[in-house]
Design a protein around this ligand. Structure first.
Ligand code: FDA
Length: 284
């Protein structure tokens, strides 16, 4: 019931519940010169059939991308692939997706989840990367451990998406103020941008966007040596503007029926969003 009431609001952040709706969003963004990454919503699955359904949905998404000639890759979560069920089972599931992506010269990004999964996600990624070069991972700037992880990933030549981090983490694991997160973000971004392994700078934060543009200009790095990434429904005008200015811009396009946890994270990120949800509910 609450789901039904909330979905019209969630549609600001979620492209739809079906692959057809997601593909139509991708087509629309591609028409503005914006790249995308498709995310089949889902996390923390506890049964093999649920993990297998997620794998099938990703294989289908990759087939659509290939068939329609779209500029899109995919992003997935390891807990959606069965990490909580069995690690090797999860590894096999993701490997199947990487193989299908490789057949279409495409790329798979492993999202980063809460800190209970950081170590396991990176370890599984290292195993996967030994066989599949078309896979990358995400680093969260708020974690104290991230500099060490970034250095290791650079050494391997792995592609990293850098974001602030979307989960609630304790001070023992993560910095807690916006200033400190931004500071970490900039120092990690400078490590990544210098290495030219096509990092993704995933933020909507004007301070970090300007900082990145200045860094690229000052170090005479090519604009196409990295990409900006933003979320579907967040700062769409800036997405188009950056693409028009010649920066590769990729939008994360989530779709599917398991949209609630993703939606909740988006609402938590900004207090104005809580008012937006309440206003919608009371209008009903
Ligand atoms: P910040 O939150 O400071 O926002 C800057 C401005 O952007 C706001 O003032 C507002 O205008 C706009 N904005 C940002 N979020 C908004 C929202 N929810 N609603 C409306 N406006 C909003 N995290 C993670 O832990 N693991 C992951 O794998 C990923 N993956 C990922 C991929 C991509 C492509 C992006 C852009 C982000 C992620 N994230 C993520 C989420 C990330 O960690 C972070 O929580 C959000 O990007 C918000 O942080 P910002 O840097 O955008 O700045």
């Amino acid at each position: 019931m609450l789901n039904q009431l909330l979905f019209p609001v969630a549609k600001r952040f979620v492209a739809g519940q079906t692959i057809q709706e997601a593909i139509s969003a991708v087509r629309h963004l591609n028409a503005f010169g914006i790249l995308t990454t498709l995310d089949v919503l889902g996390e923390n699955v506890s049964t093999r059939p649920a993990a297998e359904a997620a794998v099938a949905a990703y294989l289908e998404a990759l087939d659509w991308i290939q068939r329609e000639g779209l500029s899109s890759n995919v992003s997935l979560k390891l807990t959606q692939m069965g990490l909580d069920i069995d690690r090797d089972y999860c590894l096999d599931n993701v490997a199947r997706i990487c193989e299908r992506a490789a057949a279409g010269k495409n790329f798979v990004r492993i999202d980063m989840e809460g800190s209970a999964y950081t170590e396991r996600t990176l370890n599984l990624f290292y195993d996967l990367f030994r066989k599949h070069q078309n896979v990358g991972v995400v680093i969260q700037a708020y974690l104290h451990r991230s500099e060490q992880d970034v250095r290791k990933l650079i050494e391997l030549g792995a592609r990293v998406r850098l974001c602030k981090g979307a989960y609630k983490e304790p001070p023992s694991l993560a910095v807690q103020t916006l200033a400190a997160v931004r500071q970490n973000f900039m120092s990690l971004a400078s490590l990544l941008l210098k290495q030219r392994i096509h990092p993704a700078i995933a933020t909507h934060d004007d301070v970090l966007l300007s900082w990145t543009r200045n860094y690229i200009a000052q170090h005479e790095l090519p604009k196409d040596g990295f990409e900006f990434q933003m979320l579907y429904g967040v700062r769409s005008h800036s997405q188009r503007q950056l693409a028009e200015q010649g920066y590769p811009m990729r939008v994360y396009v989530p779709f599917g029926t398991h949209w609630l946890p993703y939606f909740y994270r988006r609402i938590r990120e900004r207090k104005e969003n809580v008012a937006f949800v309440l206003k919608h509910l009371f209008r009903k």
